[in-house]
Each structure stands twice: as C-alpha cells, then as structure tokens.
Design a protein around this ligand. Structure first.
Ligand code: 5GP
Length: 181
C-alpha cells in the first residue's frame, strides 16, 4: 500500500517547504548572531521541521526535546499533558520553541508557561504551519511562521493521523474515507 494513494490533495510541496524553511533559517541566523541559542523540538510532530530548519541555521545552537500530547486521531480532547520537561538549563539563554502547527494554541500556551518559569533571556516561537482561524489562546504569538493554512486536517512532514503519515515529504490532506475506517 502506497501512502500517497491516501492523500486527497497536496497542500504544500516538498520544494515549497524547502524554500520557505531556508528563508526562516536565514532570518533566525541573522536575528540570533552572537547569541546563545537553544532550539526546542516538540515531539513528535515537529521533528521534520526541526531537523530541516536547524541544519540550515549557521549558528552553534543547542537542541532540546519536549513532548506534549493533546490530540487523539483527528479530534482534540482540549487537554494538554506535558510528558517531558527540559533537562538542560534555559536560564539567561535565548530559546526558540519549534512547533509543527498551531491550531487552538492551547498546547503551546501550556508549554510556553513551563519554559517561561525557567527564566530564559528571550523566548520566541516558530511554527511551520498556522491555522489562525481556530485560535482559542491569544497569548501564543509565533514570530517565525512558515505557512498560514485553512482549517483542514493536514498530514505529512512530521504531522500524523493516528501516528501514521509523518514520513510523507510534503504536507497533504487525507482522503475522507481514511477517517471513517
Ligand atoms: P493546538 O493545541 O494548537 O490546538 O494543537 C497543536 C497540536 O495539535 C499540533 O502540535 C499537532 O500535533 C496537532 N494538530 C493540530 N492541527 C493538526 C492538523 O491539521 N493535523 C495534524 N496531523 N495535527 C494537528
């Protein structure tokens, strides 16, 4: 079974992702020149964006990984659970949280609070995708946004449906019948 056959349409191609991520990396490189920068990857969805973005940033950055869960399949429970907290010190350091997609903003709002308590010198958010029409928490303001997308459930480039489709190299919309199985 080829996963590409389960995709109704491609929303963002591999080439477009590459190009936009290079632009954001270059902007971050300029903004954080001479700064002690820690990039935080939110597992699992941000993994592809995080890897592509960080390898294009030409600064000596440090990696950290966090895990929060709020989604089950294609529906949200509205509950945010932090399954990992940072193990390195973020005090007086410049931190960027790398997110795959901001939907309601509830996940990031919870994570933002935890990181703020660790007293970083600065805290910014980058998200590959943004669905502003669905926002419930307005304290989450991403500085570096890849693409603004419509209110559709997307998969690929790290984003899953039922833990699958993360390995698609592009962002796509699943065929309706996949959800109904
Ligand atoms: P929020 O708390 O902003 O509503 O949701 C953020 C998280 O929900 C994302 O990190 C992602 O894991 C998941 N999510 C939100 N929208 C989508 C979507 O369209 N597709 C997928 N695969 N996950 C989504």
């Amino acid at each position: 079974m080829d996963i590409n056959n389960n995709i109704e349409k491609v929303l963002i191609t591999e080439d477009a992702l590459d190009k936009r991520i290079a632009e954001l990396a270059s902007q971050i490189t300029t903004d954080y020149m001479e700064k002690d920068l820690v990039m935080i990857c939110l597992l699992k969805g941000s993994i592809s964006y995080f890897a592509h973005l960080c390898e294009k940033i030409t600064l000596p950055i440090e990696y950290e990984f966090l895990r929060a869960s709020s989604y089950h399949g294609a529906t949200t429970t509205g509950e945010v659970k932090l399954l990992h907290v940072p193990t390195i010190s973020l005090k007086n350091r410049h931190v960027i949280i790398v997110e795959d997609i901001i939907d309601t903003g509830l996940t990031l709002a919870a994570i933002q609070k935890v990181i703020e308590q660790m007293e970083p010198a600065s805290l910014e958010i980058t998200t590959l995708l943004d669905k502003p029409s669905r926002r419930l928490d307005y304290t989450v303001i991403p500085k570096y946004v890849g693409f603004i997308i419509p209110d559709e459930f997307v998969v690929g480039f790290g984003l899953d449906y039922d833990e699958k489709y993360r390995n698609l190299p592009y962002i796509g919309v699943l065929k309706k019948e996949i959800y109904k199985k």
